[in-house]
Design a protein around this ligand. Structure first.
Ligand code: PMP
Length: 400
């Protein structure tokens, strides 16, 4: 009965790793996937995560019962506090409902389905470009996806005028997806002053903000600084949605641990919103997994583990920042034509190099370097040892 099926294409991001795995070359380098690697090129399990897991294993009172539909209550509270701030008035006024979801992706999907069922505007504006999964998640959730200008290839920076024009002409009430920090794939974020202008424009047109926060702490190394745009939108008393992921900032990729928070106008509305979120979740996957959320809760509620986490997180962010400098210096030393200052200006896990798809194909063919065809490289996949190889490849790609 399935003989008529055509083979589906590989996912454009995950497909890079598939191609990398097939390459027998000893010098191959995978800069496609957005997962942190150590200087030695190895995946990293944070020390605090190991400690939390040990505590969980030692606690014989722990059982493997189902979690409630909305997940682990303690985890939800701590997650809202992490993104909105410990002193957030919205939390104190019980106006926030938080549900544990399957990492960032699942949080976006649950939020999207909730909006498709209960919000009066079905159009969501996403930045151009954005993470490739966004349009698919929201379309399948039942929303209609449009884009707003975000990146300017000429400056390799923000197209702020284009952004203001496009949001300015969006219909009143439309949903707007905003990357909370470390925009993927461009590494280009608005300044705090620009965020303030975006906030004023959006509030004046009653546009509904839906934040995707997949990199809190990973952009600047500071959890509070990276949450500032979200907190600005909460401080004005208005509504918003926030999807959080612990994949990057706790290195819990495969545990699929995230959260969706919806900031409402009153405690009463928040509790009705939560009751409807349960109706979205129950037929989708019933309830979320327990292990990852328990790790996160163990770390967030323990003062010592929390402090240690912030130190480990900052070390990851700093290593990425240092890779940016090293790559920039290596291109400078080679006299590679062009202005490469965007490599040190962009933030977060990725650099949007400006290399085109032919140049990317050339680098893969001649140098065994793997990345997405839009020229995005994961800085987290680089090390001091591999920077010269990448710089040689970029130099050859732009001069050949
Ligand atoms: N949003 C953005 C912008 C991302 O880059 C990612 C991960 N690549 C996610 C959401 C979701 O990731 P996960 O589902 O693994 O938390």
């Amino acid at each position: 009965v399935f003989a008529h099926l055509v083979r589906a294409p590989e996912d454009p991001i995950l497909g890079v790793t598939v191609a990398y795995n097939k390459d027998p070359s000893p010098i191959k380098l995978n800069l496609g996937v957005g997962a942190y690697r150590t200087e030695e090129g190895k995946p990293l399990v944070l020390n605090v995560v190991r400690q939390a897991e040990q505590q969980l294993v030692n606690d014989r009172s722990r059982v493997k019962e189902y979690l409630p539909i909305v997940g682990l209550a303690e985890y939800n509270k701590l997650s809202a506090k992490l993104i909105l701030g410990a002193d957030s008035p919205a939390i104190q006024e019980n106006r926030v409902t938080t549900v544990q979801c399957l990492s960032g992706t699942g949080s976006l999907r649950v939020g999207g389905e909730f909006l498709a069922r209960h919000y009066h505007q079905l159009t969501i504006y996403i930045p151009l470009p954005t993470w490739g999964n966004h349009p698919k998640i929201f379309t399948l959730a039942g929303l209609s996806v449009k884009t707003y200008r975000y990146y300017d290839p000429a400056t390799r920076g923000l197209d702020f005028q284009g952004l203001l024009e496009d949001l300015g002409s969006a219909p009143s009430g439309a949903i707007v997806l905003l990357h909370a920090c470390a925009h993927n794939p461009t590494g280009v974020d608005p300044t705090i002053q620009q965020w303030e202008q975006i906030r004023q424009l959006m509030r004046s047109k009653a546009l509904l903000p839906f934040f995707d926060s997949a990199y809190q702490g990973f952009a600047s190394g500071s959890l509070d600084a990276d949450a500032q745009p979200v907190r600005m939108f909460v401080a004005d008393g208005g509504e918003c949605l926030v999807a959080q992921s612990y994949a990057k900032n706790m290195g819990l990729y495969g545990e699929r641990v995230g959260a969706l928070s919806i900031v409402c106008k009153s405690a009463d509305v928040a509790s009705r919103v939560e009751s409807q979120l349960k109706l979205v979740i129950r037929p989708m996957y019933s309830s979320p997994p327990i292990h990852g959320a328990s790790i996160v809760a163990t770390i967030l509620k323990d003062r010592n583990l929390y402090t240690e986490w912030t130190i480990e997180l900052k070390a990851m962010a700093d290593r990425i920042i240092s890779m940016r400098q090293q790559l920039f210096d290596a291109l400078h030393a080679r006299g590679t034509p062009g202005d490469w200052s965007h490599i040190i200006k962009q933030i977060g896990m990725f650099t949007f190099t400006g290399l085109n798809s032919e140049q990317v194909a050339f680098m893969t063919r001649e140098y065994h370097i793997y990345m997405t065809s839009d020229g995005r490289i994961s800085m987290a996949g680089l090390s001091s040892r591999t920077v010269p190889h990448l710089a040689d490849a970029i130099h050859a790609a732009v001069t050949s």
